[in-house]
Each structure stands twice: as structure tokens, then as C-alpha cells.
Write a protein that binds this ligand. Structure first.
Ligand code: IMP
Length: 195
């Protein structure tokens, strides 16, 4: 089964269905089929998203032996000297959106950016290939939940929009998002790679 799928489908190793749905929409527009793969995630501690993504994708490949993608993202807030950066997942789990807004209370510089690194590895490659994307914007004053999104989406408003990521549909978020930009770069490369 896995042998037949090789070369036709890429697999996105993630436990986050929101990330998967965002990626699937981007890859679909390039006619690239993607499957969601739940593998045991290895996320090393590093200040470099690329290093984290590269290590994780090799670990994922060792488990599935399929063409596999891993994506790692971080939120960098200017007034907090880039905090939480690559530690966004831990910060989200511990203090969440309300906690971050407390840290930002009275802070007028609300500039922030999301960064994403997509790493791909398959048996044809010697080392993983990486693609990055960035979304610049602002941390809102309040939590603005819409009907979609995850993580810090309710407190991040990209430049050029009045809505937070959480108030957008997937297609709208993909116009601005760090992840969509990184996946578009991957898709263009993959089209050339697979011919
Ligand atoms: P991860 O390590 O790539 O899963 O991302 C770290 C954390 O950043 C996640 O747990 C989310 O809370 C947050 N995050 C990553 N990407 C996004 C996004 O697109 N929107 C909102 N939060 C995100």
C-alpha cells in the first residue's frame, strides 16, 4: 500500500488538524495530494525553526519511510524581544492568549510576526529541504475569536486586514499566513522536483 502511494502523495506529519486543513488547501491548488500522518512527534529545543523542522522531518521519515513534510511555526513579538518565538507551543499551553495579552498590557508597540518553516524529506534526498514563510501584523488588545482558527489566531491581526486570523475562513487566512507562504514555496519546488 505505502509502496503504491510513493511519488503520488506527500504526507504531512502533524497532530494539528487546523494546520493540515490549511496546508491541504494550498497544496490542492497546485494539484498535490496530501495525507495527514500522525507520528510520534520529536520536537527538539532550539532557537532555530529550521533546525527543529529538519530534525523532526528526519525523525518522522524514520517512522514512516514515506515522502513526508513537517512544519514548525513560531510567534515573534517585537516589544517582547521576539518572545515566545520558537517556544510558542509551550507558552500557548501555559499562559495562552489571555496570558500573552497580560504581558502586553499598556504596550503600544503591538508589532509581531508568525514564522513558519516547512521541511520535506523523502528517500530520493540526502538532506531535508526547507521553505519559509512569514506573516507580519499586530497583537490585538482583546481576544477576538471567530469561528475558526487555533492557537494565537484570536490575538493576531495581519497587516492589510481588519480581522484576526480566527475571524477568517481558511482561504482568507491563507492569503496572509506564514504557513500558506511556506507551503506555496514548497509546492512550486515539488512540481519541479516531480516533473
Ligand atoms: P508549532 O510548534 O509549529 O506547533 O507551533 C507552535 C505554537 O504556535 C502552536 O502551539 C500554536 O499555538 C502557535 N501557532 C503556530 N502556528 C499558528 C497559526 O497559524 N496560528 C495561531 N497560532 C499558531
Amino acid at each position: 500500500m505505502s509502496f503504491q502511494l510513493k511519488g503520488k502523495v506527500v504526507f504531512f506529519a502533524t497532530n494539528n488538524i487546523n494546520k493540515f486543513n490549511e496546508a491541504r488547501k494550498v497544496l490542492g491548488s497546485y494539484k498535490i495530494a496530501v495525507g495527514m500522518l500522525r507520528v510520534k512527534n520529536l520536537e527538539i529545543q532550539s532557537e532555530s525553526l529550521e533546525e527543529i523542522a529538519k530534525t523532526s522531518v528526519i525523525h518522522a521519515f524514520q517512522q514512516c519511510r514515506l515522502p513526508v513534510i513537517v512544519e514548525d511555526a513560531g510567534l515573534f513579538i517585537e516589544a517582547l524581544n521576539g518572545f515566545p518565538g520558537p517556544y510558542a507551543s509551550y507558552v500557548y499551553k501555559t499562559i495562552g492568549n489571555e496570558g500573552l495579552l497580560k504581558l502586553m498590557k499598556g504596550v503600544t508597540n503591538r508589532k509581531a510576526c508568525f514564522q513558519s518553516v516547512v521541511a520535506y524529506f523523502s528517500e530520493e534526498l540526502d538532506t531535508p529541504v526547507c521553505f519559509d514563510g512569514e506573516a507580519s501584523g499586530e497583537i490585538t488588545e482583546d481576544v477576538r475569536k471567530g469561528c475558526s482558527g487555533f492557537g494565537f489566531d484570536p490575538i493576531f491581526k495581519p497587516y492589510g486586514s481588519e480581522k484576526t486570523f480566527a475571524e477568517m475562513s481558511i482561504d482568507e487566512k491563507n492569503k496572509y499566513s506564514h504557513r500558506a507562504k511556506a507551503f506555496r514555496k514548497f509546492a512550486k519546488w515539488y512540481k519541479g522536483f516531480k516533473g
